[in-house]
Design a protein around this ligand. Structure first.
Ligand SMILES: *[C@@H]1O[C@H](CO)[C@@H](O)[C@H](O)[C@H]1NC(C)=O
Ligand SMILES: *[C@@H]1O[C@H](CO)[C@@H](O)[C@H](O)[C@H]1NC(C)=O
Ligand SMILES: *[C@@H]1O[C@H](CO)[C@@H](O)[C@H](O)[C@H]1NC(C)=O
Ligand SMILES: *[C@@H]1O[C@H](CO)[C@@H](O)[C@H](O)[C@H]1NC(C)=O
Ligand SMILES: *[C@@H]1O[C@H](CO)[C@@H](O)[C@H](O)[C@H]1NC(C)=O
Length: 692
């Protein structure tokens, strides 16, 4: 082999290294969740003589059971207003025990559900639990008797309702018409398992009174028709559909099909009136320093002052220190030490866990982002402490720090630590925040350099869009993509901000790969067809994460290089069988490396490279399923490939023909801005390569 060949090999090796380190990702788009964010239709009665809907027009039917009521009564008493809210709690058996009897005046009055065994017999239904709930609607209607009922609300005993908001929403609908309002599950698979057209009952199903009456009149035939169904919510949905009515989803109704710490969800609530929080028993107490019952009272106490702002997110940027505030009114405040785009911090942080096992993303009905411990990404977290009304009518909510963040300041946006901030006051106006067409904005009043751990946010009207956009232009571009002098941070920033947007999607979406038919060009080619093509998918996120945690030149780089070498310079006696269940070969590379003797010294590496000949290189990633090629990102017709010294855009779409696929010529945008050199001061080793 000539010298020239060798240097070519080396160059190819280096080239491949760059290619390999980088990744080829094709990302699926999330299922659009736009419909979730549409505001509720305003379908008001055209009859102006009809009085506004108020709380007296609502009748509640809460389906509980005696056993759980002993502790759940606290959740309901937190929102129930004795002698104001109407309705009943339906228990399976009469209550017993000193804690329940005599019956608390703060609890809803109770009724015992009708004779279930008898109803089971009459209807031929085979699930007592389902029957009791479905038949419960009829019992609520029967109990409601009195006139002036406009809406019937069915719920569970482990739900917290926000009644004023409910009234405000229902006032926008014509109660003389048939309406079936409810919420989806947050967990996509639940909707798939049950139905995307059903209201998840625990969180509240709202029927207009005419519909509830029609339902009640037909409940026996409904139970007979769907006698074998194991889901009450689904049965209700089917019977309502039989009456000619379909679900109108409401966004503020929350089934909370989530587990553990839902603070990330509650801190980034969509801009819609909060109606309910269900599964209160299934998640951690929502305030970390309180138990569930206390948390419920704490939240409802706050709701007494202003339900319309409850959990509504307000975002403000504090220019001089490059901080971003995200207020979830009445619940939490998060401070970021960098200017973040609004769209990004509207995504809930995935502090919670999945409701059920879900092998593959997408798991949730909304966008999420991952918790991070990067100083520029991790928020300082504050929770509601108290609320009070000022003489001026303004409402002040006070939030105190949940825990010290303790990971240093975000240096790329000026190194202004918010660690010393211990208390935040948010001033909001006395008027309800209903039907504001866009976000409310807040001004942060805080003196730079002040030791006072006190920040005041005051709400104003809408967004001052010109200031906001100017901020974004200056700080997002300069601050995030080019974080100061410390160029090594670029990778981390690309991680969080640029590619990262994609990376985060990666977790949430299946890598959907393009199926290709094998190119058949004679026998020789055919024999090789189990071999994959030379485009690899490495687990980008993992790699990027390691880079960020170890920094430029850290251990993980070495690992990545080793990985590349193991894949390409190690001749395997047999082909690895591709197993679609285990497509992530990055995680098990150590196992495969066992047989490979890695050179130790630099001299050994040089020797190895010098001795390389074409036949000693494995030209493909043999574990990569070659029929699947990932060739573009969701957003752009190219991919960003990360190398040791730079990041380059790469357009695999341009070589589709080589991959046996129909060639498409992509329309290219100017890719110059996607080229980053990490260490431009280090000279290229081209000359050196030529000498070898
Ligand atoms: C609700 O409106 C009705 C008239 O439809 C009225 O009689 C009732 O007093 C009102 N209730 C409340 C709590 O305002
Ligand atoms: C509710 O009304 C009843 C009778 O009208 C009264 O005895 C009771 O004290 C009231 N309860 C509350 C909590 O005001
Ligand atoms: C950031 O500030 C801290 C404390 O003031 C200081 O110790 C650290 O050196 C600063 N870092 C940079 C990169 O300026
Ligand atoms: C916020 O600050 C701007 C500029 O200083 C001012 O015009 C605006 O009225 C302030 N808004 C509030 C709610 O204080
Ligand atoms: C591409 O963009 C760069 C700056 O981002 C600019 O200098 C260059 O002229 C552009 N090229 C074309 C062909 O527009």
């Amino acid at each position: 082999m000539s010298k020239h060949d060798k240097s070519n090999v080396l160059r190819v090796v280096i080239c491949g290294l760059v290619l390999y380190m980088c990744t080829v990702i094709f990302l699926n788009r999330f299922p659009s969740s736009d419909h979730l964010f549409s505001t509720c239709q305003t379908i008001k009665s055209s009859n102006n003589n009809v009085a506004e809907t108020n709380i007296s027009h609502l009748v509640f039917g809460l389906m509980g059971n005696e056993k759980a009521w002993h502790h759940r009564k606290h959740y309901v008493e937190a929102w129930w207003r004795p002698n104001v809210t109407r309705g009943h709690l339906f228990l399976d058996v009469p209550p017993i025990g000193d804690d329940l009897l005599p019956w608390s005046l703060n609890s809803p009055p109770y009724r015992i559900s009708e004779d279930i065994p008898k109803l089971l017999k009459e209807t031929g239904h085979d699930d007592a639990r389902v029957l009791r709930i479905v038949h419960g609607i009829m019992e609520v209607v029967r109990e409601a008797r009195e006139d002036q009922v406009r809406w019937v609300i069915m719920g569970d005993d482990d739900s917290v309702f926000f009644v004023d908001n409910m009234v405000d929403i229902l006032a926008q609908y014509d109660h003389n018409k048939y309406y079936y309002l409810g919420g989806h599950s947050e967990f996509i698979l639940s909707n798939y398992w049950y139905s995307f057209n059903q209201g998840f009952g625990g969180a509240g199903i709202i029927l207009s009174y005419p519909l509830a009456k029609a339902f009640a009149n037909n409940v026996m035939s409904c139970l007979k028709r769907y006698a074998h169904l194991k889901s009450s919510d689904r049965t209700i949905m089917l019977c309502v559909a039989d009456l000619g009515v379909n679900l109108s989803p409401l966004q503020g109704i929350h089934q909370i099909d989530l587990r553990r710490d839902i603070s990330g969800f509650l801190s980034y609530h969509p801009k819609s009136l909060l109606v309910s929080l269900h599964h209160y028993d299934m998640v951690n107490p929502i305030f970390p320093s309180m138990n569930r019952a206390q948390s419920g009272f704490h939240l409802q106490n706050d709701a007494k002052y202003d339900q319309s702002r409850m959990l509504q997110q307000t975002i403000c940027h504090h220019r001089s220190q490059s901080w971003t505030f995200s207020v979830s009114w009445g619940y939490s405040v998060h401070i970021y030490e960098t200017i973040m785009p609004r769209s990004w911090i509207q995504r809930p942080i995935e502090t919670f866990q999945k409701w059920q096992r879900s092998p593959r993303p997408p798991h949730y009905m909304f966008d999420t982002r991952n918790p991070s411990w990067h100083p520029c990404e991790a928020p300082h977290v504050f929770f509601l402490k108290s609320v009070e009304k000022m003489q001026s009518g303004e409402i002040v909510t006070t939030y105190t720090r949940g825990w010290p963040r303790g990971i240093g300041a975000c240096s790329s946006s000026g190194n202004y630590s918010a660690e010393y901030v211990s208390e935040i006051h948010v001033y909001s106006s006395a008027t309800k925040r209903i039907l504001i067409d866009r976000c409310e904005c807040c001004n942060v009043t805080h003196e730079t350099g002040s030791n006072k751990a006190d920040i005041k946010c005051s709400y104003g009207g809408g967004l001052d869009s010109s200031t906001n956009l100017e901020l974004l232009e200056l700080d997002i571009v300069d601050g995030l993509l080019y974080p100061g002098e410390d160029k090594s941070e670029i990778y981390c920033w690309i991680d969080v901000d640029y590619v990262a947007v994609d990376l985060n999607l990666l977790k949430e979406s299946e890598i959907s790969a393009y199926k290709m038919s094998p190119p058949i060009r004679g026998k020789r080619q055919k024999r090789k067809r189990d071999r994959s093509l030379g485009i690899g998918v490495c687990h980008f996120r993992l790699l990027m994460k390691s880079l960020c945690s170890f920094g430029y030149g850290g251990m993980q780089w070495i690992h990545s290089i080793k990985m590349w070498i193991v894949e390409h310079l190690y001749q395997r006696p047999t082909l690895t069988r591709f197993d679609p269940e285990r497509f992530n070969r990055i995680n098990d590379y150590e196992e495969r490396m066992e047989k490979y003797k890695c050179p130790k010294e630099i001299g050994d590496w040089v020797k190895l490279f010098r001795s390389l000949t074409i036949d000693k290189i494995t030209w493909n990633l043999h574990w990569f399923p070659w029929r699947q090629v990932i060739h573009s990102s969701v957003i752009r017709p190219f991919l960003l490939l990360m190398g040791i010294r730079d990041v380059q855009p790469y357009v695999p779409l341009r070589v589709l023909r080589q991959l046996g696929k129909r060639q498409i010529i992509p329309i290219m945008e100017n890719m110059t801005e996607f080229i980053f050199e990490v260490r431009p001061e280090i000279p290229l080793l081209e000359d050196l390569a030529q000498q070898i």
